[in-house]
Design a protein around this ligand. Structure first.
Ligand code: NAD
Length: 351
């Protein structure tokens, strides 16, 4: 980092989908903030997602594991870090079904390592804050009506959501027991640029471009509340700068769609962009497959607290946001092509 800036932030997991969007967001909207991106660059991390941020005078990249307490301590001290935002995690539900222990290792033990290191280094905890980026999935599955909020009981169903839930409990325990200044955020399903192509939206776009099947789990009636990643980023910033210590904040956009509706819309958008005729319509590629075990039926979050206490509002409408996202993937082959070429086995896609 050439220039130390006015606030020094450590962004763990900043080379992933949401973390990299958050760093772009900061450089655009909060250019005085100095950023250290700390990321292990697992299969999901990608320096290319940081683009021109890598050259920014307030930016530094450190490759590191959140389980590496020694390196974390060194960076916190060397860079005089004021606040930490933890996006780092194993995030793909399908992978968590096949390799749950890596989720426990990163999401539970990694978060515990961050907490323990902060407890040691931050001797005046009130001068610093940790924002733990959690998910709506910790609350489990909803029926056809209603929504979860910050007071809902935790009922995680997948190894992914269970590991995120465990991390949240540790964060809350460090707040209560040691007075660490923490905030936990929960957000619904994100979409936007730089999302690893095993996740639903980029998976479908890239499969459609290559005329591969578009697999839809079960009856396609699982519902997700979709939010543009920029709106999540503004929420995380609001939680860091305006949230109350020890508090949880939920971000949702009220854009609920079944997976079938979402994929149908994606097919239509692709047909428009690619000029496909009725005979060549992308929807011909849709294929129903066996449901995944423990597939949550519906997620939705009530963002009233974030609205009233943080003054947060989502600003990106769903259809324009999705249209721009489709265009982004069509125009950024240089970003996703190397990922496909690495031939990492792309597990199925539903978040
Ligand atoms: P992602 O998988 O795209 O990125 C995760 C990043 O963490 C990658 O850059 C990876 O290299 C890094 N990482 C993984 N293990 C690490 C380790 N041990 N040490 C350091 N870095 C490590 O994930 P994402 O979609 O950007 O999600 C970010 C956070 O937001 C996660 O905590 C996730 O639970 C949460 N979240 C995601 C969504 C969503 O829709 N994607 C919704 C709500 C909450």
């Amino acid at each position: 980092m050439r220039d130390k800036g006015t606030m020094r932030l450590l962004v763990c997991g900043g080379a992933g989908f949401i973390g990299s969007n958050f760093i772009h967001f900061l450089i655009e909207h909060q250019p005085e903030v100095a950023i250290v991106c700390y990321d292990e660059l697992t299969y999901a991390g990608n320096l290319a997602s940081l683009g021109t941020c890598l050259q920014h005078p307030h930016f530094e990249f450190v490759r590191g594991d959140i389980n590496n307490a020694e390196l974390l301590r060194h960076i916190l001290q060397r860079c005089s870090i004021d606040h930490v935002i933890n996006f780092a995690a194993e995030t793909h539900v399908d992978r968590s079904i096949f390799q749950p222990l890596s989720f426990v290792d990163t999401n539970v033990h990694g978060t515990a390592t961050i907490l323990e290191t902060l407890r040691e280094v931050w001797t005046d905890p009130q001068a610093h804050r940790l924002v733990q980026v959690s998910t709506d999935e910790v609350f489990g599955s909803l029926g056809p009506h209603g929504s979860f909020d910050e007071n809902s009981a935790y009922r995680p169903n997948s190894p992914y959501s269970a590991s995120k839930a465990a991390a949240d409990h540790l964060v809350d325990a460090y707040h209560t027991t040691y007075g660490l200044n923490t905030v936990v955020t929960h957000c619904t399903n994100n979409y936007g640029p730089y999302q690893y192509p095993e996740k639903l939206i980029p998976y479908m776009i890239l499969a459609a471009l290559e005329d591969r099947p578009l697999p839809i789990y079960g009856d396609g009636q699982n519902v997700r509340d979709w939010i543009h990643v920029k709106d999540h980023c503004s929420g995380v910033w609001a939680a860091l700068t305006r949230g109350s210590t020890g508090r949880h904040y939920a971000f949702g956009s009220g854009c609920e769609r079944t997976n079938l509706e979402l994929v149908t819309l994606l097919c239509w958008l692709l047909d428009q962009k690619l000029g496909r005729s009725a005979e060549q319509a992308t929807s011909r590629l849709m294929t129903f497959i066996q449901d995944r075990p423990g597939h949550d039926r519906r997620y939705a979050l009530n963002p009233s607290r974030a609205r009233t206490e943080l003054g947060w509002e989502p600003v990106v409408d769903f259809e324009p946001g999705l249209t721009t996202t489709v265009r982004w993937y069509l125009e950024h082959r240089e970003w996703w092509q190397p990922i496909l070429e690495r031939k990492a086995k792309l597990h199925f896609y539903h978040q």
